[in-house]
Design a protein around this ligand. Structure first.
Ligand code: PLP
Length: 443
């Protein structure tokens, strides 16, 4: 009997024993193409020699030194490298062990920034409906998933939610993309005014929404408008690139595509690429300076902040991406994947939308393409699709739609940046077969 506490208490799952390039191998020797990297983690595949060697070398040199006493060579080098490539104005890196920790740190930093500048009344966060920012209590409160939060209410911070920028489902027929983007961005201004012009500390959003909507980029101009509104009201813009950052969308930082400068940026998953649990919160010079000139102490911290082995892995991951030209490769392979998805599934009677950027794609299933009506949640399509794809040998990331019937089941693809075109073709084949198999049983 296993003593591991699994998420799904009654599900029997295979034991993973090996990783080879884009594949995971179970104890029976079955190979699975990792088409989602778990959830957009394994961007370099599972056997990258450089990252493995960097970890081994670091273990031999120094495993741990608490950041209350020391910094470390890999943490310094990784911070320098990230800042060299980060959006303008971003100047400091605070390392953490994962995405939820990055978001927690971001929210606390935003709050402390306002308190230290003499605006303690700024304690409200605005985020978006149907968003996911992590599972710790603060990050969970910030997310816009009622079903994830229900059992844990009341949550810890004051958060309200505006609409996501999700044009497939929510743009009016006669509305242009630009008008739609402006309308939903303007919800931020209306919400700030409703709450009180000087009571909001931060707006939090993913540049490309991952798990909850399935690789949905905002329409052009949306984030420019959001930035203007944040500036107008002294609200910090926190971008959560935990899933969509680190090259996944064809830019090292996803917000580069929007041409927008955040105040705080959260990264994780692809930074460690699965080789080590590592994430980071990056912030602007102004924020750092305010704390430095004020108390001089960020009131936060976990034991493993800036862990040398995690930092060494992150450093090797980013060096590998940059030196091997993998971010450009994401754009090229992403265009191939998009073309294959559109050709295989674009006319499928139950595929409503195919959207994404780089090697980050979502396919939304609908009962009716014309009305965009999702399938009823009672069919449990997402769960069935996960199983059917897994049986085909494909790991993908299906998500159920919402119970209010506004958002349909969708599947997220986030294959490794090293995937060949032939491997991506076979991902599309396996996904297509899994979709057909699952829909076969739906009336
Ligand atoms: N933010 C986003 C956008 C995510 O997709 C996730 C995880 O899926 C998180 C935060 C939380 O990251 P972690 O699971 O590493 O805590």
């Amino acid at each position: 009997m296993s003593h591991v506490f699994p998420r799904h208490c009654h599900a029997a799952i295979p034991t993973a024993v090996g990783g080879d390039g884009c594949y995971l191998i179970d104890a029976d020797g079955k190979r699975y193409f990792d088409g989602s990297g778990g959830a957009a983690v394994s961007c370099l595949g599972h056997s990258n020699a450089r990252v493995k060697q960097a970890i081994k070398d670091q273990v031999d040199k120094l495993a741990f030194a608490h950041t209350g006493f020391f910094t470390s060579e890999p943490a310094e080098a990784l911070a320098d490298l990230l800042i060299d490539h980060a959006p303008e104005g971003i100047d400091r890196v605070y390392f953490v062990s994962g995405g939820s920790e990055a978001v927690e740190a971001a929210i606390k930093l935003a709050r402390q920034y306002h308190v230290e500048r003499g605006e303690p009344q700024r304690r409200h966060v605005i985020a978006r409906r149907q968003s996911y920012h992590g599972n710790t209590l603060g990050a969970l409160a910030a997310g816009g998933n009622a079903w994830r939060q229900a059992q844990f209410a009341p949550l810890l911070i004051e958060v309200s939610h505006i609409a996501p920028c999700y044009e497939y489902a929510e743009r009016g027929e006669a509305e242009s993309l630009a008008d739609y983007g402006q309308r939903v961005a303007d919800e931020l201004e209306a919400e700030i005014q409703r709450l009180g012009e000087d009571s909001v500390m931060a707006f939090l959003a993913e540049p490309v929404v991952g798990a909850t909507l399935g690789a949905v980029p905002a329409v052009e101009g949306y984030f420019t408008r959001i930035r203007e509104i944040c500036d107008r009201y002294g609200v910090l813009l926190i971008l959560d690139e935990v899933m969509c950052g680190m090259g996944r969308t064809g830019h090292l930082f996803a917000c580069e595509a929007e041409g927008v400068r955040p105040d705080i940026l959260c990264i994780a998953k692809g930074l460690g690429a699965g080789y080590q649990p590592v994430g980071a919160m990056l912030c602007s010079k102004d924020i750092y300076q305010a704390i430095s000139d004020g108390s001089g102490f960020f009131q936060h911290g976990h034991t493993y902040v800036g862990h040398p082995i995690a930092a060494a892995a992150g450093l090797a991951v980013v060096q590998e991406m940059l030196e091997q030209g993998l971010v450009a490769q994401v754009r090229q392979r992403g265009a191939h994947l998009e073309a294959q998805l559109r050709s295989a599934l674009g006319q499928h009677p139950h595929v409503g939308d195919i959207r994404g950027r780089g090697l980050f794609w979502g396919v939304e299933l609908v009962a009716d393409r014309a009305t965009k009506q999702p399938f009823a949640q009672k069919h449990g399509l997402a769960g069935k699709l996960k199983k059917a794809a897994f049986a085909e040998g494909l790991i993908c990331y299906p998500m159920p739609g919402t119970r209010d019937g506004k958002i349909g089941d969708h599947v997220l693809l986030a294959p490794p940046f090293i995937s060949s075109e032939a491997e991506l073709d076979s991902v599309v084949d396996m996904l297509g077969r899994a979709i057909d198999k699952v829909l076969d049983g739906v009336p």
